[in-house]
Design a protein around this ligand. Structure first.
Ligand code: SF4
Length: 331
């Protein structure tokens, strides 16, 4: 596949991310064209109102993201992908969260910075990306100075990546499957490898145009990219092909190869390979392949890392102002 790197320079001309685009939403590669301004929702479950599930410090991202004090994670409700093994299924498919005014997003960023966050980590913001330019502008004007991390499934339109240039400092992007049929089976998405490859190539080109990956004196990433891959039980061969695609699209960028897959209730009920953890042999096979390809920065997890501790409690922490008092989340 030939990858179009596009123009990697920051561009303030944003049409896809303009609020008006919500009337016929094409923010993600599903391109539902749902009229979200008229009450319709697309596959992602998002309507016209910003909906958030949690905003808090998180210590379990890669070391250059979480450091010792934490990444300021903001979990957006809903998701364009529908991964049947998702650990965050209450929010990705169940759309758990609280509707908040758009202005609240900038406030939350500032509150997380005040709590000591090393960065603002937007977790699955794809379907709310149209809100980011204004939110960032408002937050920066009020003193936000830490980097913006865009934490994504990797299923992004290249147009969105282009328009996020100048907003996003660090791409923390998944690359889930090399085989499109696996994407169809496990995430109900028709064209994952093609879309993820194109998007990743654009992200990597932007990073290169800005001078590459930059860390501060404490080893905390200030700009750059980390490409994540979660090894799935029974699919180590596909994982190796994913690494080939990452190398082809982005070259020697930092990667994070994870073995924290934990079968959810549905996977345990369905049985088969996805009902178990990744074996040491499967994980080592993928890590060896990363070494063979020549990746110079590979984050990996200690054996036995399968734990629900990587999944924070989705209890709407930090979503509302303290002065707002309790509001029951709508399921
Ligand atoms: S963001 Fe949601 S509504 Fe928009 S195209 Fe994607 S799935 Fe459809």
């Amino acid at each position: 596949m030939e990858l179009d790197l596009g123009d990697p320079t920051p561009n303030a001309d944003r049409t896809l991310l303009a609020p008006a685009s919500l009337a016929s939403c094409e923010l993600c590669p599903r391109r539902c064209r749902a009229d979200r301004t008229a009450g319709a929702t697309g596959v992602c479950g998002a309507g016209s109102t910003l909906r958030l599930a949690r905003a808090a410090l998180h210590l379990w991202e890669e070391p250059p993201i979480s450091g010792e004090t934490g990444s300021g994670t903001i979990f957006f409700s809903g998701c364009p992908l529908k991964c049947i093994y998702c650990q965050n299924h209450e929010i990705s498919t169940g759309n758990f969260g609280i509707d908040v005014p758009e202005q609240r997003l900038a406030e939350i960023m500032l509150e997380l910075q005040d709590q000591g966050a090393l960065n603002i980590n937007l977790v699955t913001a794809t379907h709310f990306a149209h809100l980011l330019p204004d939110a960032l502008r408002a937050a920066r004007a009020r003193g936000l100075h830490i980097p913006i991390v865009y934490n994504t499934s990797g299923y992004e339109r290249t147009e969105a990546v282009r328009e996020l240039n100048g907003i996003v400092d660090i791409w923390l992007t998944d690359f889930k499957y090399a085989d499109a049929s696996l994407g169809r089976e496990l995430s109900h998405v028709p064209d994952y490898p093609e879309q993820a490859s194109r998007a990743l190539a654009r992200m990597a080109a932007q990073v290169a145009a800005r001078g590459g990956v930059v860390y501060n004196e404490d080893g905390i990433m200030q700009q750059g990219i980390i490409v994540r891959h979660l090894v799935l039980p029974g699919h180590a061969d596909d994982s190796c092909r994913v690494l080939d695609l990452i190398w082809n699209a982005a070259g020697d960028m930092p990667i994070s190869v994870m073995n924290q897959y934990t079968p959810n209730e549905r996977m345990r009920t369905d049985g088969g390979a996805m009902a178990r953890a990744v074996t040491d042999e499967e994980y080592e096979m993928v890590l060896d392949h990363a070494d063979d390809l020549g990746f110079s920065t590979v984050f990996w997890q200690e054996g036995g890392a399968v734990s629900e501790s990587f999944t924070p409690a989705f209890d709407t922490t930090g979503v509302l102002r303290a002065a707002d008092g309790p509001i029951l989340p709508r399921a």
